[in-house]
Structures are given as C-alpha cells and as structure tokens.
Design a protein around this ligand. Sequence first.
Ligand SMILES: [Zn+2]
Length: 87
Amino acid sequence: MHSGMIGKVEKARRYAIERDRFDIMRLEVTVRGNNDSHRVHLEDGKWSCGCDFFEHNSTCAHTMALEIMFDGMLPNGIYDGATSSVA
Ligand SMILES: [Zn+2]
C-alpha cells in the first residue's frame, strides 16, 4: 500500500468513530428476525417496515434496532422516543 493510501485509511478510521460527521439520508435493509426477514426503508426522514407490528404502531423492533445501530447519524425527528434512552 502506498503512503497516500495509508493516510486515507487512517483518516477513514478516525471518521468512522466521529458519528456526527455522517447524515444517513436513505437506507434499505433486510433484517432477519427470529421468524421472518423484513425489508426496512428509510426515505424522506421516515421509516417503513414490512412487518405486521410496524403497520399498526409505525415502529417495530427492526426500525428500533437500526435507530440504535445508527444513533446520531439519522435525520432529526425520526426517533419516536422508544430508543432515545438506550444511547
Ligand atoms: Zn418491522
């Protein structure tokens, strides 16, 4: 690896832990639940999930798991409060 690339890798490692540098605008994720896989989208600052629980509650374990994983990098207002105390 040439020296320029080594510098980039070091910068990448530093950026990767500075979460406030990142604003996730859009996501599409397949979440493998215990019983089934579910497709989760983040679009225009709103979650959607194909599971039954989300349909009735506008949140679910799948969207909450992603909120925890991407804490600090998601659009303002997306958090519904359920996950805000875990950070
Ligand atoms: Zn779900």
